[in-house]
Design a protein around this ligand. Structure first.
Ligand code: ADP
Ligand code: MG
Length: 808
C-alpha cells in the first residue's frame, strides 16, 4: 500500500450461476455511516460514492512505515451516509426481505459494527425514528391485513413445525384462553408513548402480489444470546416462590427477587433448520401487538442485564418473525385442512454484539471472560464466513465451524441452505473507532464474497385462483337478497303460509272483569272458530300440497327411473364397447408381439445374409487370387517349355556337330596311322624285295590323307583278317574287334603333347581336343570295342575300325 489511496477492485455483486443450476446471490452488504456526536470532533470516514467509503487514518496513526498517508477505500452494495433516513434504509435493505417473507422465502438481516456505531438505532430505531424492525412489522401487517387467519387457526408445535385447525376449533381455543386470562387478568397497559412513536410509521407500504387465496398468521419470538447461552426473552416468568438461582455463567444472582431466564438449546428440525427448542412464539395480529411483544422482551433484557451486571452491548439479540401461510379451500370460505399445504417462512432480525476487541471495554474478571466468549462468537462468525468464502471460491470442502458458537449455529441453514442474507455494517466515523472500523471493513468486504443459494418460488396449490373473491361476492349477494325480502328466503308456498298466518285475525282481549260480560267470550269463541276454520283450510291446503308434492315426487321418481334405465342401457353399451376395446387391445398386443417377433427374425436373417455375403466375397476374392496365380504359373510353364525346347534343340545340334567332328578327327587319325603303317610296310617290303630280287624300279609313295578340318574322309575299310576279327552286330552292322591298337607318335602343330588312356567299353571323350589341335596319341586298346552302325550317330555316318595290330 505505497499509494496514497488504496484502490479496491469493484466487488462482484452480480449473481453467479453455478454449475449445478442453483442460483446463488452474494450476501448483500450495506454500510451505514452515523453522524458524529458533538464531542467526537475528528472524522475518519468519507463517503466518496454511492458504493464506496474512504477511511482516513486519524492524526495519531496517520503515517505508515514509508511515511505516507494510508487511506483505504471499501466498496459495498450501497453506502448510506449520515443523512440517510430510516425510511430510505428500509426501502433499500429490508423491503425486499419482507417481500420474500410473504412469498414464502427466508431472510436474515443483521447489523454489525462496534458499540455505539448505530446498530440498535438501525434495527430498532429511536422515538419518532422507527428502525427496520417496526417498519418490517408494519409492512407485513399492511400486506396481510385483510387475509389474516383468526387467532389459533395456526398453531406452532414444539418441533419448529406448524399445525392447522378449523375455525370452530380455533374459536373454542380462543374462548378457553380468554377465560384463563380473565382469571389472572392484569389491566392492559397503554403503550409507552415513545414506543407508539416508533411504530407510528407514516409511509405505509405493502407487498404486491401476495396470494389472496391464502390466509396468513404471524408469530414472533425474541431471543438473546449472551456468553454463548440462549435466553428466551418472551418466556413468561413463572409464579413461583423466589429461590436463589444461578445465572448462565455460574455466578450467583445478586438479587433474590429476580429469576433469571433459563438458557435454551438449539435443535434441528426435519428440514435441517435450526431452532431454539421450547422458545415462546407469540401469535400477533397487528404491528402494535407485535412491537409490544418485542418491547416486553426488550425490557426483560434490560432488567436481566442490570440485575446480572451484564453489558448489553455484549449480547446478540435475535427477533424472529415467522409467517405461516395456508390456502383457502375450494369454496374460498375456510382454510384448507392440509398440513402439507402450510408454508412457513421467517425473517430474522439480528442486532449483533459490538465487534470491538475486549481490551477496549476495560472489563475485568467475569465480565472479561464473558466478553471474551462474546468476542469468540463474533470470531466464529468471521471464521465461518472466511471458510465459506474459501470453499466457494476455490472449490475446497472445508468444514464450516457453525457449531462453535450459538449465533452461527442458529443461522447455519441460511448459509448452507437457501435464503437471502443481508448485513448492515454500522460505522461511527469518529477517530477513536478507526482501528476497530478497519477490522469491521475487512470482515464486511470478505462477507460480500460469500454466496447463498437463492430461495426458489414455492408452487401454488392446485385450487382455482380467485376463490376468496368469489366467496365474498356470493356472500354479499346473499345478504343483499335477504335484505330485499326482509327475512329468510323460503319457497313460494312457504311465504303464502306466512302470509296466511299473519292474516289470522288477532285475538280479542280475553280478560273477564264482569261475570255478566256477554261479549268477550262470544267474541273470543268467534275468533277461535275463525282461526279453526283458517287452520282447517290450511290443513287442507297442506294436504293438497302434500298430495301435489307426492305426485311430483312420483313423477320425478318415474323420470329418474326412466333416466336410470337409460343410464343402465348406456352402461351396458359402454361395457360392450369396453369389451370390444379390450378385444381390440389384446389383438393389437398380439399383433405387436408378432411384429416384434418378425422384426427380430428379419433382423437375424439380415445378419445371416450379411455373413453369407461376406463369406461369398471372401471366397470370390480367394478364387480370383488363385486364378491369377494359375495363369501366372501357366505362362511361366509355357515360357519354361519354350526355353527348354530351345535349349534341347541347341544341345542336340551342338552334340551332332561335336560327334561329327570327333568322328572326322578319329577317321583322320586312323587313316594317318594306317598310312604310316602302310608306308612302313611298303618300305619294309621294298627292303625285303630289294634284298631278294634286286628290283630296279622305285616303289610308289602312298598319299598322306588330308587334314582339312571340314573334310571328313569316309573310306570304307575292309578289316584285315590278320589284324582284327570282323563280326556282325545285333543291329545289323559290322564290328571289328581289335586286340591291340598302337598309334605311333606324331608331332602336334601346337607342340603340346598329351596322353590319354581309356579302359572299358565307353569311348574316350576328347573335349579339349579341337580340330586345329593335332595330338599325337599312342593308344593301346586291349579291350573290344563294339560299334553299332547307324544307331546313335545319325544318318550317313559310318564307323570305321582299325585292324587289329600287334605292337612290334
Ligand atoms: P450500537 O447499538 O451500535 O451500540 P446505538 O444504536 O445504540 O449503537 O447508537 C448509539 C447512539 O448513537 C444512540 O444514542 C443513537 O441514537 C445514536 N445514533 C446511532 N446512529 C445514528 C444515526 N444514524 N443518526 C442519529 N443518531 C444515531
Ligand atoms: Mg446496540
Amino acid at each position: 500500500m505505497s499509494k496514497a489511496v488504496k484502490m479496491k477492485p469493484v466487488r462482484r455483486l452480480v449473481p453467479k450461476k453455478p454449475s449445478n443450476n442453483i442460483l446463488k446471490d452474494p450476501v448483500g452488504v450495506y454500510c451505514r455511516v452515523r453522524p458524529l456526536s458533538q464531542d467526537d470532533q475528528e472524522c475518519c470516514i468519507e463517503v466518496i460514492s454511492e458504493t464506496t467509503i474512504q477511511l482516513h487514518p486519524p492524526d495519531g496513526i496517520k503515517v505508515n512505515r514509508n511515511g505516507e498517508f494510508k487511506e483505504t477505500q471499501y466498496s459495498f452494495k450501497k453506502v448510506f451516509g449520515i443523512n440517510t433516513t430510516q425510511l430510505e434504509l428500509f426501502e433499500d435493505v429490508a423491503k425486499p426481505l419482507v417481500d420474500d417473507l410473504l412469498h414464502c422465502k427466508n431472510g436474515l438481516l443483521f447489523t454489525y459494527g462496534v458499540t455505539g456505531s448505530g446498530k440498535t438505532y438501525t434495527m430498532t430505531g429511536s422515538p419518532g425514528q422507527g428502525g427496520l424492525l417496526p417498519r418490517c412489522l408494519n409492512m407485513i401487517f399492511n400486506s396481510i391485513g385483510p387475509y389474516q387467519a383468526k387467532r389459533f387457526v395456526f398453531k406452532t408445535d414444539d418441533k419448529n413445525g406448524m399445525e392447522i385447525q378449523t375455525q370452530v376449533d380455533a374459536l373454542l381455543e380462543r374462548q378457553k384462553r380468554e377465560n384463563q386470562s380473565a382469571l389472572i387478568k392484569t389491566p392492559k397497559q397503554r403503550l409507552d408513548p415513545d414506543v407508539a412513536d416508533m411504530i407510528n410509521i407514516e409511509d405505509a407500504c405493502k407487498v404486491e402480489g401476495i396470494d389472496e387465496d391464502s390466509v396468513f398468521a404471524i408469530f414472533v419470538s425474541y431471543i438473546e444470546i449472551y456468553n454463548n447461552y440462549i435466553y428466551d426473552l418472551l418466556e413468561d416468568t413463572p409464579f413461583e416462590p423466589i429461590k436463589p438461582k444461578w445465572n448462565g455463567c455460574g455466578t450467583p444472582m445478586r438479587s433474590t427477587e429476580f429469576i433469571p431466564p433459563q438458557s435454551k438449546i438449539l435443535r434441528e428440525d426435519q428440514n435441517h433448520n435450526m431452532y431454539v427448542a421450547g422458545c415462546t412464539e407469540v401469535e400477533v395480529k397487528s404491528t402494535e401487538e407485535a412491537f409490544e411483544v418485542f418491547w416486553k422482551g426488550q425490557k426483560k433484557r434490560r432488567i436481566a442485564n442490570t440485575q446480572l451486571n451484564r453489558e448489553s452491548s455484549r449480547s446478540h439479540s435475535v427477533f424472529i418473525i415467522k409467517l405461516a401461510q395456508a390456502p383457502l379451500d375450494a369454496d374460498g370460505d375456510n382454510v384448507l385442512q392440509d398440513k402439507e399445504q402450510i408454508c412457513v417462512s421467517q425473517l430474522c432480525l439480528v442486532d449483533l454484539a459490538g465487534s470491538e476487541r475486549t481490551h477496549r471495554t476495560k472489563a475485568e474478571g467475569n465480565r472479561l471472560r464473558e466478553a471474551g466468549n462474546i468476542n469468540q462468537s463474533l470470531m466464529t462468525l468471521r471464521t465461518c464466513i472466511e471458510v465459506l468464502r474459501e470453499n466457494q471460491m476455490y472449490g475446497t470442502n472445508k468444514m464450516v465451524p457453525y457449531r462453535d458458537s450459538k449465533v452461527t449455529h442458529l443461522f447455519k441453514n441460511y448459509f448452507d441452505g437457501e435464503g437471502k442474507v443481508r448485513m448492515i455494517v454500522c460505522v461511527n466515523p469518529k477517530a477513536d473507532d478507526y482501528e476497530e472500523t478497519l477490522l469491521v471493513m475487512r470482515f464486511a468486504e470478505m462477507t460480500q464474497e460469500v454466496e447463498v443459494a437463492r430461495p426458489v418460488d414455492r408452487p401454488i396449490c392446485g385450487l382455482t385462483p380467485g376463490r376468496r373473491h368469489r366467496n365474498q361476492a356470493f356472500k354479499d349477494e346473499l345478504t343483499r337478497k335477504l335484505e330485499e325480502r326482509g327475512g329468510p328466503i323460503n319457497g313460494d308456498d312457504g311465504s303464502m303460509i306466512d302470509i296466511l298466518l299473519q292474516s289470522f285475525p288477532p285475538l280479542p282481549s280475553c280478560e273477564l272483569v264482569d261475570p255478566s260480560d256477554e261479549q268477550t267470550l262470544p267474541a273470543l269463541i268467534e275468533c277461535l272458530e275463525k282461526r279453526q276454520r283458517a287452520r282447517e283450510m290450511l290443513i287442507e291446503a297442506f294436504h293438497n300440497q302434500v298430495v301435489k308434492t307426492k305426485s311430483m315426487i312420483q313423477n320425478f321418481e318415474g323420470t329418474v327411473s326412466g333416466k336410470d334405465n337409460i343410464i343402465q342401457e348406456q352402461r351396458a353399451k359402454l361395457s360392450d364397447k369396453d369389451r370390444v376395446i379390450l378385444q381390440h387391445k389384446s389383438e393389437l398386443d398380439r399383433l405387436e408381439k408378432k411384429t416384434k417377433t418378425l422384426e427380430y427374425k428379419i433382423e437375424i436373417l439380415q445378419k445371416t445374409a450379411n455373413i453369407y455375403e461376406e463369406d461369398k466375397r471372401a471366397l470370390q476374392q480367394e478364387l480370383d487370387t488363385k486364378d491369377q496365380k494359375l495363369h501366372r504359373q501357366l505362362s511361366d510353364n509355357r515360357r519354361l517349355e519354350a526355353r527348354l525346347q530351345g535349349v534341347a534343340s541347341e544341345t542336340k545340334i551342338k552334340w551332332e556337330k561335336e560327334c561329327e567332328r570327333r568322328v572326322a578327327a578319329k577317321q583322320l587319325e586312323m587313316q594317318n596311322k594306317l598310312w604310316v603303317k602302310d608306308e612302313k610296310l611298303k618300305q619294309l617290303k621294298a627292303i625285303v624285295t630289294e634284298n631278294k630280287n634286286e628290283r630296279p624300279d622305285q616303289p610308289e609313295k602312298p598319299e598322306r590323307p588330308s587334314r582339312d578340318k571340314d573334310k571328313v574322309l569316309l573310306r570304307p575299310v575292309t578289316p584285315s583278317p590278320a589284324s582284327g576279327e570282323v563280326f556282325r552286330t545285333r543291329g545289323g552292322g559290322q564290328a571289328v574287334q581289335f586286340t591291340d591298337i598302337e598309334t605311333l607318335k606324331q608331332e602336334s602343330p601346337t607342340g603340346s603333347s598329351r596322353k590319354r588312356r581309356s579302359s572299358g567299353n565307353i569311348p574316350v571323350q576328347q573335349e579339349e581336343t579341337t580340330e586345329n589341335e593335332w595330338t599325337d596319341v599312342e593308344t593301346r586298346c586291349s579291350v573290344a570295342v563294339e560299334m553299332r552302325a547307324g544307331s546313335n550317330l545319325g544318318p550317313g555316318y559310318q564307323h570305321h575300325g582299325l585292324p587289329k595290330r600287334r605292337k612290334p
